[in-house]
Ligand binder design. Structure first.
Ligand code: AMP
Ligand code: GLY
Length: 435
């Protein structure tokens, strides 16, 4: 049965969608929107060398050009992928222009863009999270450290592209991180710091699609932030992911909804923030229960690539309903049984100095259980696909269990070629059977 025959009539039609962003997450979102039978066209700005949606060269923060494009193409739904345009107020500008936008306002995006603001909100809402001190001078930070006599976690307050956190093992390391931050290592993001108690436990990510008042939860996912196998080496944007993460079963996910997500959405509402977008809770499962490590105001990358193939074609209608503040009018979001695995292929030198400009060859035949989502790719003047960024692409595969899903992802990577291709072979080690 076509979705269109069952769709509620209180929401406008949904034929033309725009995804804002140029990474793998946005390619996956465009792909997922395109699966909705009602949708005829998906645009992506600026996109990359990948083939999802029709790419239009508009910068992700250029609100005026985005509004002009949406008017020209009669866009019914805009989905904002990355945090930077959200924090810069792009969703506000587009909404003010009368567009339906999935993505929070700049005020709501503070959940990610200011860790001190988010911690204060969590405190108000009674959400479990590590104890913290917000400081805005080096002297104040060092004084806290001297008083507690423990190596606290040091976090830059603002957006720092995932690099603003130091989990210090020693007092000297914590002191060095504080000095570095006030010497400008994270730019203005580091002029305010949050010092936090260190928590222990496995990490898991939970994504709630919010309409300001209500929410729909996606299966929990786990990513691998470290560059090297064995979860070692520098932090990255994420080298791979898998879902659903068995760390949270249905009852535990329900507990997270009640303890963390709903109180946070209610606290935002109390502040007058109509939060329509993704609430991404990075959780640590401690001996005392789940605690929030961070909130983000967008889908995780590469968790999004991993999750999208598990979601039904109703996703587009669910996002549209969120954008209209009417999740009650959305069809139920179906979730496919089985496991999804994602492995990121990065360029040599990632994350510090990735090599760029190498030709990419992908020799794969279509398979409905596999997707290749481009990230750091572009086409040169001869239309050759080339590497253009640190995380070049991700290969995502589904199977009836994680062993099969990862086997397909890894065998597929044997057919992806570019100079210096780098990927971890142990993504999902927690859920794969040991050989
Ligand atoms: P964030 O950018 O806030 O996600 O932090 C990056 C990483 O630092 C997290 O994924 C955790 O592994 C680690 N981390 C952050 N806060 C804490 C904490 N309070 N205790 C232990 N580890 C933490
Ligand atoms: N993969 C982690 C993030 O998107 O923040």
């Amino acid at each position: 049965m076509a979705i269109s025959s069952t769709r509620p009539h209180a929401l406008p039609s949904l034929e033309r969608a725009l995804v804002i962003g140029g990474g793998g997450r946005e390619q996956a979102l465009a792909w997922a929107l395109g699966r909705c039978p009602e949708i005829r066209n998906v645009w992506i700005t600026p996109g990359n060398g990948g083939g999802e949606g029709t790419a239009v060269a508009i910068a992700e923060t250029d609100s005026a050009a985005l509004i002009a494009h949406c008017r020209e193409q009669s866009i019914d739904l805009v989905v904002v992928g990355p945090e930077a345009p959200l924090a810069a107020g792009v969703a506000d500008a587009l909404r003010d222009a009368g567009l339906a936008v999935f993505g929070p306002s700049a005020e709501g995006a503070k959940l990610e863009a200011s860790k001190a603001w988010a911690k204060q909100l969590m405190r108000e809402a009674g959400v479990p999270t590590a104890g913290h001190w917000a400081v805005d001078s080096e002297a104040a930070a060092l004084a806290v450290l001297a008083e507690v006599q423990r190596p606290l976690v040091v976090k830059a307050d603002g957006l720092a592209a995932g690099k603003g956190v130091t989990v210090a093992e020693t007092m000297a390391e914590a002191e060095a991180a504080i000095r570095d931050a006030f010497q400008g290592r994270f730019g203005s993001a580091g002029s305010h710091l949050v010092l936090e108690e260190r928590l222990q436990g496995p990490e898991v990510s939970v994504f709630a699609l919010c309409d300001g008042e209500r929410m729909v939860l996606l299966p929990p996912a786990q990513d691998h932030k470290r560059l090297e196998e064995g979860d070692r080496g520098p932090n990255t944007g994420g080298m791979g992911a898998y879902a659903p993460a068995p760390l949270l079963d249905a009852a535990a996910l329900e507990q997270v909804r009640q303890l963390v997500l709903e109180p946070t959405l209610a606290a935002l509402r109390n502040r007058g923030i109509d939060y329509r977008g993704v609430m991404y809770a990075g959780l640590m499962l401690t001996a005392d229960g789940p605690q929030v490590i961070e909130f983000n105001c967008r889908f995780g990358d590469p968790e999004c690539q991993t999750l999208m193939p598990l979601l039904g074609p109703e996703l587009a209608l669910v996002l549209q309903a969120c954008a209209h503040g009417r999740l009650d009018l959305a069809p139920p979001l179906s979730i496919q049984a089985g496991s999804s695995a994602c492995v990121v292929a990065a360029a040599a030198g990632y994350p510090d100095a990735p090599r760029k400009g190498d030709a990419i060859r992908i020799e794969l035949t279509p398979n409905t259980d596999r997707q290749v989502f481009h990230a750091g790719t572009s086409r040169d003047h001869a239309n050759t696909l080339c590497t253009s960024g640190g995380r070049v692409l991700s290969v995502v595969a589904q199977g009836d269990d994680f062993d099969n899903a990862f086997a397909l992802a890894y065998s597929s990577l044997d057919h992806v070629h570019f100079e210096g291709i780098t990927y971890r072979r142990d993504i999902g080690h927690q859920v794969r059977s040991k050989e």
